[in-house]
Design a protein around this ligand. Structure first.
Ligand SMILES: Cc1cc2nc3c(=O)[nH]c(=O)nc-3n(C[C@H](O)[C@H](O)[C@H](O)COP(=O)(O)OP(=O)(O)OC[C@H]3O[C@@H](n4cnc5c(N)ncnc54)[C@H](O)[C@@H]3O)c2cc1C
Length: 475
């Protein structure tokens, strides 16, 4: 990371936390060193050299974290390549801050910036939406009826929210009616704000009566899969601080069967946090319907039963209803239509089929995926995007120059597990090697420990690093 970025991070830390200049620089230094070292694969992933000879037209679909970071990197690495980025969205949101908004740590303005400030000069920005990829003819079609041809295409369109997969739920309820329904989600900007308001109201109610909060986990792959637990842990701490914890029943309700399936060290650490703070968890529960008026949630629960006739154990399902005062929704997600509706591009779970190392489409050699839209074993985090974009930049250059993709992604992802105000377990891991958990700590510290240092990094360091480092293609 560049010295300027470290200094900017230290400035923000100092201003926001009142730390001394020396301490702020120390934390920014550790953070940036950690981030630079982070994935051991970074060296393997980083392009060996910039290319003057690569030429052609690269189209990037999506101007989110992945699309903008890639555009900046490619602009720098391949000066003779023509780049077009297609996305109608003007605002750029630093989405990892939504959880902090939900916990009242930052306000609603904190995550927001403008794409115009980050899409690099020399990159053409088409403010339209791509409806279809015609990979056989190297072109995309937009909602305004335009066709854009490419030599290489990078799909960076993220995920699409589908709350309506749960009967009785809609985006409008989460964004606009949350305060009446008692249901919210940190997955949207508006609903993250409601999340904080609803928890404050709930804590007020807990002064005079017991209250129940449910934190749902999704049946679909989603971005930042740790977010529902983060907001649950943060809010449990808030109730302690308000001295109303005894009146709160806080339960995670998940279709899965583990706190953190990808790595045992984080699974154990989270169980410790939940058990020591008396937070509940229910496994094998898929949310299928919500009755917002009655404040009841219905779950499909799978169970095994011995079948006398077949003389084997068979899996059956039953419905279970739970009442709540507050319900947090982990937004069900799928890929946007341009991928989902294209059988050559989409996996059965709707996300984009790519080689999990090169991120090249399995159908087309000149098409790549990047960011949340790709179907890789873990990820859907900005931390993964940070490792995707140098890989994809190099591999696009390789393909334009007639070579096989040479850069490899090792699966690195990171989930800063907020356990309470001032405390985070930094879960960093990648693809399993020989079936073992592949924990990838970026600092030589016990990875399962809750630390104040990671809280400082998350709250004060990562946003400047995102906007001034990553979106500039520099970190
Ligand atoms: C609540 C929450 C907490 C999170 N916490 C963390 C965290 O702590 N750490 C972390 O690393 N990550 C975290 N993330 C995840 C991180 O924000 C995402 O992984 C990252 O933004 C992915 O980047 P992306 O470019 O793939 O998708 P996005 O940033 O979502 O961008 C996708 C872009 O594609 C555009 N698009 C969609 N469809 C089309 C189309 N048809 N045509 C053109 N453009 C299109 C969209 O308008 C959008 O601009 C969190 C996310 C959320 C919601």
């Amino acid at each position: 990371m560049e010295k300027r970025t470290v200094e900017e991070m230290a400035d923000t830390l100092q201003e926001a936390s009142g730390l001394s200049r020396r301490d702020a620089l120390k934390i920014a230094g550790v953070a940036s060193a950690a981030m630079v070292m982070a994935p051991s694969s970074a060296s393997a992933a980083t392009p060996a050299h910039a290319s003057r000879s690569a030429s052609g037209h690269v189209v990037i679909v999506g101007a989110g974290a992945a699309g903008v970071s890639l555009a900046a990197k490619l602009r720098r690495d391949a000066r003779n390549v023509e780049i077009t980025i297609v996305d109608a969205t003007e605002e750029h949101h630093y989405q990892p801050a939504y959880t902090l908004m939900g916990g009242g740590v930052v306000d609603g303005n904190y995550p927001i910036d403008s794409n115009a400030n980050y899409i690099p000069s020399g990159v053409k920005w088409v403010k339209e939406k791509v409806l279809e990829v015609d990979g056989d003819n190297n072109r995309v079609k937009t909602d305004r009826g335009n066709t854009i041809s490419y030599d290489a295409l990078v799909i960076a369109c993220g995920t699409q929210y589908v709350p309506e997969e749960i009967e009785g739920l809609s985006l409008d309820m989460l964004n606009n009616q949350a305060l009446q329904t008692g249901i919210s989600s940190v997955y949207t900007h508006q609903s993250a704000l409601h999340t904080w308001t609803l928890h404050q109201q709930l804590a007020e109610q807990a002064k005079s009566r017991p209250v129940t909060a449910l934190y749902h986990e999704s049946h679909t792959p989603i971005k930042c899969a740790g977010a529902p637990k983060k907001i649950q842990m943060l809010m449990e701490d808030y109730f302690r601080k308000q001295r109303v914890r005894d009146n709160l029943t806080s339960t995670l309700v998940s279709p899965g069967g583990a706190m953190f399936g990808a790595a045992a060290v984080f699974n154990d650490a989270l169980f410790n946090v939940y058990d020591s703070r008396n937070m509940g968890y229910k496994w094998g529960h898929k949310l299928v319907a919500v009755d917002a008026g009655a404040k009841k949630a219905q779950f499909e629960v799978a169970y095994d039963e011995y079948d006398e006739e077949l003389m084997i154990e068979v899996t059956k399902t039953r419905l279970e209803e739970m009442s709540y005062d507050y319900l947090h929704i982990a937004m069900p997600q799928r890929s946007p239509g341009l991928v989902r509706n294209n059988p050559k591009l989409a996996h059965a779970n709707s996300y984009m089929l790519v080689d999990i190392h090169t991120l090249q489409s399995q159908a087309y050699a000149n098409v790549f995926g990047i960011g949340d839209v790709v179907n890789v074993p873990f990820g859907k985090t900005g931390g993964s995007v940070r490792k995707h974009y140098p890989v994809v930049s190099q591999n696009v250059i390789d393909v334009l120059e007639g070579r096989q993709p040479s850069a490899q992604f090792d699966g690195y992802t990171v989930c800063p597990l907020i356990t309470k105000y001032g405390s985070i377990i930094m879960a960093e891991f990648g693809y399993k090697i020989d079936g073992e958990d592949n924990v990838m700590p970026s600092a030589p510290l016990d990875p399962g420990q809750e630390r104040w240092m990671w809280w400082l990094l998350k709250v004060y360091g990562l946003k400047p690093m995102y906007y001034h480092g990553m979106l500039r293609g520099r970190a």
